[in-house]
Design a protein around this ligand. Structure first.
Ligand code: BTX
Length: 320
């Protein structure tokens, strides 16, 4: 009910809504409406009340919560079910559990802090309290499991567009899953699959964005940055999450309908590696060459000094 009160106030934020109108719309008593307004105020929402006019939302609270996020997400967006935790080991772990319990596509798990944020290949992701966006998206696309890596690139495009629009900073993508500002990592993406032998059961896309960090642990201080460090400003994390979900939602629909061909040029527009000499470090070996771009499957094409073009499915890329 609190979510619905907040949604109504948000939808009508340019005008006043009477207690009577809210209670009629939500089929509850005016006392119940007042109690929810009071509770929202205690969470930091600035809701003014004017006699004979009603209530108006002037400013949202700064805390992430399930009701705040749901009240912001547009009706036609894919992501309508939000699971929020203040502290978790990893939103990926929670998302896997939810999938096993039957969670549907369009569920997101968001946390304010992770004690064991996961990176790729067993690496860790620093996820400090209330500074960044730590979230996992649950998807159930009807695609071949070999196409799953393309979803990392769809997410990278959605993030690059949303973060660039909001911050005005140039966001670069380093294949396959790093987003950089001025050469430093601002965001990482971890795509994990649950699959039966013949089909994808779910794809869980983990997204970590450094938003309002002023400092990083010493081990990553030279390679990591945040929107705040780059622009000097604080950003509203809930607003950013909604922007990311908006971008992801339409790009994902477009990808499912039209394939990767629409995503490819959008990805290339943010790509840092194309045309550059790179070192691709794979599990068993390293290759040096010129990154020619990605193919229709999202695979990186790397031309070595003999002219041979290698298809790179998974690697860490260093631009030399
Ligand atoms: P990755 O393996 O590409 O990057 C991990 C590496 O990045 C680390 O080894 C470290 O050098 C560096 N690093 C660690 N934390 C940060 C940070 N906050 N900012 C910049 N660099 C860092 C990237 O893996 C995928 C990360 C996904 C994180 C999300 S958060 C929500 C979801 N839940 C979860 O447990 N993981 C994902």
């Amino acid at each position: 009910m609190k979510t619905k009160v907040l949604t109504l106030l948000r939808e009508n934020k340019d005008t006043f809504l009477s207690g009577e109108k809210i209670s009629n719309e939500l089929d509850c008593s005016r006392t119940a409406v007042w109690k929810h307004i009071d509770s929202l105020r205690k969470e930091g929402y600035d809701i003014v009340a004017v006699q004979n006019k009603g209530y108006q939302l002037k400013k949202s609270g700064s805390q992430l919560s399930e009701h705040d996020l749901v009240s912001r997400i547009k009706e036609n967006n894919l992501f309508h079910h939000v699971v929020y935790h203040s502290l978790v080991t990893s939103t990926q772990v929670i998302a896997h559990q939810l999938v096993n319990e039957g969670a549907r596509e369009g569920t997101i798990v968001v946390a304010d802090e992770q004690t064991a944020g996961k990176g790729r290949l067993g690496r860790t992701w620093d996820s400090q309290h209330e500074t960044g966006i730590w979230m996992s998206l649950i998807l159930k696309p009807l695609v071949d499991f070999r196409q799953a890596p393309q979803l990392t690139l769809v997410a990278a495009v959605a993030l690059a567009r949303a973060l660039q629009n909001k911050s005005g900073q140039q966001i670069d993508i380093k294949w396959p899953n790093d987003l950089l500002v001025n050469g430093k990592k601002i965001c990482g993406i971890l795509t994990e699959l649950q699959a039966d032998p013949d089909r994808i059961k779910s794809v869980i896309i983990g997204i970590g964005v450094n938003v309002n960090h002023e400092h990083f642990p010493q081990e990553i201080t030279d390679i990591a940055t945040s929107l705040k460090k780059e622009s000097g400003k604080n950003f509203d994390r809930a607003e950013l999450i909604t922007d990311i979900l908006d971008e992801f939602s339409w790009l994902y629909e477009a990808y499912l309908t039209n394939g990767f061909s629409l995503i490819k040029p959008l990805w290339e527009a943010h790509s840092l590696s194309i045309g550059k000499k790179v070192i691709a470090r794979r599990a068993k070996d390293s290759l040096v060459g010129i990154a020619l771009g990605i193919n229709e499957n999202g695979v990186l094409l790397l031309q070595d000094e003999t002219g041979h073009v290698h298809e790179i499915y998974s690697a860490d890329i260093e631009i030399s």
